[in-house]
Design a protein around this ligand. Structure first.
Ligand SMILES: CC(C)(COP(=O)(O)OP(=O)(O)OC[C@H]1O[C@@H](n2cnc3c(N)ncnc32)[C@H](O)[C@@H]1OP(=O)(O)O)[C@@H](O)C(=O)NCCC(=O)NCCS
Length: 170
């Protein structure tokens, strides 16, 4: 558990090379990898990133977007990476990316399979949301993801407010 709110660089909590070999028991009825299995690994890795950044137990509050860009196939090697994009009060956006390396080309051919964005919330000993350290984006890519994370958050908050007003008949 951590009370240290010193801003932290993205690299301090990132997971960069989690590999997974696709076997027949991972496939769906169309003989490509079942998307839910990929999502389970993304959620698991993202929780590790969030907990490393926050120094606290963290829970998934929302999966804000999942983009399946290309199918993964039997024999592919999946390479997962995940990193904190931005932190606010008690929540953080974690971005995840999955690349497939083709087994026939011995990893020379790489395909972008999934991009996903998840929001995690840090909890204190009473399971209440608790503050997290700010993120320091360093590279150009990190700065871009830092800015875009806030756009996604503003969109999510505006959407929630619009639904609330709709249900209230306003
Ligand atoms: C996530 C959770 C802790 C939020 O609790 P809460 O009492 O609603 O929290 P608050 O309204 O005080 O908001 C706390 C933070 O969570 C964020 N949050 C709450 N609901 C959210 C949602 N649906 N999506 C994204 N962020 C959310 C808020 O924006 C706020 O972030 P900020 O402090 O950075 O501004 C609570 O809803 C929960 O426990 N959900 C279940 C989590 C879970 O079981 N996950 C699956 C297993 S890990």
């Amino acid at each position: 558990m951590s009370e240290d709110f010193t801003p932290k660089p993205v690299a301090a909590s990132a997971v960069s090379e989690h590999v997974y070999k696709v076997f027949p028991n991972d496939l769906n009825a169309y003989n490509t990898m079942f998307g839910g299995a990929i999502l389970a690994t993304i959620d698991r890795l993202a929780s590790i990133v969030a907990e490393r950044h926050a120094g606290r137990v963290c829970v998934t509050a929302s999966v804000d977007a999942v983009h399946f860009m290309a199918p993964a196939r039997h024999g592919d090697t999946l390479v997962f990476s995940a990193a904190v994009n931005r932190a606010w009060g008690t929540s953080m956006e974690i971005g995840a990316r999955v690349i497939a390396e083709d087994c026939l080309s011995c990893g020379m051919e790489k395909r972008h399979i999934v991009s996903a964005y998840l929001t995690f919330v840090a909890l204190d000993a009473d399971n209440k949301p608790t503050s997290v350290p700010p993120v320091v984006p360093e590279s150009e890519g990190e700065k871009q993801r830092y800015a875009e994370a806030d756009m996604r958050r503003q969109q999510r908050l505006a959407h929630a407010e619009a639904i609330k007003r709709h249900r209230a008949g306003v």
